[in-house]
Design a protein around this ligand. Structure first.
Ligand code: APR
Length: 313
């Protein structure tokens, strides 16, 4: 008999809570909702609410709220949202000063308690935070990824579907590169049930959609005063589910590059096959010159923040 999987959610805030609700409804395993000691009761209260919700809806998953890393021990999956979200006017990169010490603290505890976990980092600035997490833990690069591309692609797909007047179910899009204003929507990989989006949507409209996608997170921060949480949580669950169920989904994932696309020692969004071994394959798309140029710019932005992170003691 196999035991239930254990999914530890580091950060019991907005995204953490929604992650827990999704893990529960998809019956992926038992949940540990972890937060700092000052928020231990908050995490416990949220966990209790979720377990009671499970009783109403008929889900048996255990949900444990805690500020004790020992409760996360042996987790199969670790999803990290620890940190401070953006406020209106802030870029993701503005979060380095607050979120870097937090990710380092989380990395040290994860190394001690969850050495075998598949780790999905969501904390921003995403590419630099996941880079630092992997560097500090020394975990295998296949087992440490960042969530950004699934979310950015989802935003892109929504805007494309609305523009074309078709169901979101029929739209496929791919956004690569760093999770910042230089992210790279790949038009050549954009299809509506197999038909190239460029055949159905004008170049001007596509450019406007790409621009809105790049600012998609900021648009929500401007409206809500804090960052998005439903779509970010769902995006991370797509990745966690692919790992846990060995689905081998091909999804844009922030992965550590070792020469792919011409970059080394850098985390950036690229198409990856996610399965039981983690990142099982990085797929190299044939990019056109314009896309290559955009990826270069995006990589340079990510490298700039990583350099700051590397220098910070
Ligand atoms: N360990 C665990 N949790 C921590 C730590 C830490 N060292 N430091 C802070 N936290 C917790 C906070 O106490 C808070 O409960 O992380 C939680 C973050 O929750 P929210 O403030 O609600 O933020 P959320 O919207 O969930 O976003 C978290 O994801 O998308 C990114 O930019 C976003 O970096 C931000 C992160």
């Amino acid at each position: 008999m196999t035991q239930r999987k254990k999914i530890a959610l580091i950060g019991a805030g907005n995204i953490g809570g929604e992650l827990a609700a999704l893990v529960q409804r998809k019956e992926l395993g038992d949940i540990v909702l972890f937060d700092i000691p000052a928020k231990a009761d908050f995490a416990k209260g949220k966990a209790l609410d979720l377990e009671q919700n499970g009783a109403v809806l008929g889900y048996d998953a255990r949900v444990t709220g805690t500020s004790d890393w020992a409760d996360c021990a042996g987790a199969d999956v670790l999803i990290i949202t620890a940190g401070i979200p953006r406020k209106p006017g802030q870029s993701r990169d503005d979060l380095v000063a607050t979120n870097l010490p937090i990710i380092r603290n989380v990395a040290d505890s994860a190394k001690k308690h969850c050495p075998n976990a598949f780790v999905i980092v969501i904390s921003n600035p995403l590419d630099a935070m996941v880079y630092e997490f992997q560097r500090r833990t020394g975990f295998a690069k296949e087992k440490v990824v960042g969530m950004a591309g699934v979310l950015d692609s989802g935003r892109f797909e929504l805007f494309l579907a609305r523009e074309a007047g078709v169901s979101v179910k029929d739209v496929r899009a791919m956004v690569l590169g760093g999770h910042g204003d230089d992210m790279v929507p790949i038009f050549s990989a954009c299809t509506i049930n197999g038909v190239a989006a460029t055949e159905l949507i004008s170049k001007d409209k596509l450019d406007a959609i790409a621009a809105r996608t790049r600012k998609g997170g900021g648009e929500i921060v401007g409206l809500m005063g804090t960052s998005a949480y439903y779509a970010p949580a769902s995006s991370a669950i797509v990745m966690a589910e692919s790992y846990l169920l060995d689905q081998k989904r091909l999804v844009p994932t922030a992965a550590l590059l070792n020469g792919e696309y011409g970059y080394k020692d850098l985390y950036m969004g690229v198409p990856c096959v996610l399965g039981a071994k983690g990142v099982e394959k990085i797929v190299e798309l044939k990019l056109n010159d314009e896309e290559k140029e955009m990826l270069k710019k995006s990589a340079a932005s990510v490298q700039g923040i990583v350099d700051v992170v590397k220098k910070a003691t």
